[in-house]
Write a protein that binds this ligand. Structure first.
Ligand code: MG
Length: 386
């Protein structure tokens, strides 16, 4: 059994995020999901193992569980360093494992064909790594400040995936912890044993997301990967007494609420319909019929999660959402930021990708008389070709 091991326990300090950058959203998925989506497309792998930071185990386990793939998979608790994570993974491998392909969770560009090429090298080598020839001239500064120019053709920049036969990987990680800690990649532990891994020349972009600029470049890359489609949604609910007023997942203090089968979250419903329409799917009445008792008083944000999953299963990413609320009262402006954060969190996009405008109906018609609240929404999605 050939196992793809994705290391996801890293920290996001250089992207400027307080939390693990791999759990930050890009276009409807976390960065980690973008990477995993590529890894599970490598036909040479039989099993996926993800090493998560112990404090993020539950959230990563949920993401991995929901991946739209048939590949058997599991999550293990990694450590504070890359080496500790690999050690933990070694203890969590299925018994039938013969080879392990290690990949950084922060390298989402990886082409599955590159994984195949690295794995294929294990037929003749006990280890293999993807590497890129240096394009800059490399200077080495000695401790006495003298400079030495390394011949460029001898310089290779190591990336991941790096794959090893299982017995080799166990041997590499049997060395003392301080030796492991000094290694900045896995291949160097094999080199240290005096053995030579196969060097597979990278043919496709495979950058690591490290800085905020890398992040923006990846978001732009994702948007350019497919066809843009837009969709519209509209919803209206009557106002009534004795029900809560919930809009965009926010409970708003008011002496009235909205009538409906679910929680009657008019904004979330319009956004759901816009997303479904953009993806070429049926409307929310089809997926969440108001005759179904499961949806009585349902939290509409949970229904929006289902919509995001419907899109993900069809390889549709989320570009942006723009919605307008039409309400005579109460004043909704104070709640807009929280509504945006709620919708963005559920859709796994940056809050800047969700816009909500509020307006009144200028006293005109029934909406203007306060008999209901309406919402319209437009969504832009990216339909991927791969
Ligand atoms: Mg509705």
């Amino acid at each position: 059994m050939r196992v793809g091991l994705v290391l996801a326990a890293g920290r996001g300090t250089r992207v400027g995020a307080a939390r693990n950058k791999m759990l930050l959203p890009v276009a409807g998925r976390t960065l980690l999901e973008h990477t995993l989506d590529r890894v599970v497309r490598a036909d040479c792998l039989d099993y996926l193992l993800v090493a998560a930071a112990p404090e993020e185990y539950e959230i990563v386990a949920e993401l991995v569980e929901q991946l739209p793939t048939e590949m058997p998979r599991a999550v293990c608790r990694g450590g504070a360093t890359r080496q500790e994570s690999v050690q933990a993974a070694l203890a969590a491998l299925p018994a039938e494992t013969t080879a392990v392909c290690i990949h950084d969770g922060a390298r989402p560009y990886i082409d599955p064909a590159e994984i195949e090429r690295v794995m294929a090298a294990l037929a003749t080598h006990e280890g293999a790594l993807l590497a890129r020839p240096a394009t800059d001239t490399v200077k080495i500064r000695a401790t006495d400040d003298s400079l030495y120019t390394q011949p460029r053709e001898t310089v290779w920049l190591a990336e991941t995936p790096q794959a090893f036969r299982l017995e080799t990987l166990r041997e590499m990680y049997a060395v003392p912890t301080q030796v492991q800690a000094a290694a900045t990649d896995d291949s160097s532990l094999l080199e240290r044993l005096g053995r030579v891994p196969a060097l597979i020349v990278a043919e496709k972009p495979n950058g690591k997301i490290t800085t905020r600029e890398d992040w923006q470049r990846f978001a732009a890359y994702v948007a350019g990967e497919g066809v843009l489609r837009v969709g519209n949604g509209y919803d209206v609910h009557r106002t009534c007494a004795g029900r809560p007023l919930i809009i965009g997942g926010v409970s708003i203090p008011a002496d009235f609420g909205l009538d409906g089968h679910s929680d009657a979250d008019v904004l979330t419903h319009a956004v759901m319909d816009a997303l479904l329409a953009a993806a070429g799917l049926r409307d929310i009445g089809y997926y969440f019929p108001n005759t179904d008792e499961r949806f009585r008083d349902a939290d509409s944000l949970l229904l929006l999660v289902e919509v995001r999953r419907l899109l993900t299963a069809r390889n549709v990413l989320i570009g942006n959402v723009s919605a307008a609320l039409i309400a005579e009262r109460p004043k909704l402006a104070p709640y807009i930021e929280t509504m945006r954060e709620n919708l963005a969190r559920v859709l796994r996009v940056e809050p800047a990708r969700v816009a909500i405008q509020v307006t009144t109906n200028e006293g005109l018609d029934d909406l203007g008389a306060g008999k209901g609240i309406a919402a319209t929404a437009t969504a832009c999605v990216i339909e991927r070709m791969v």
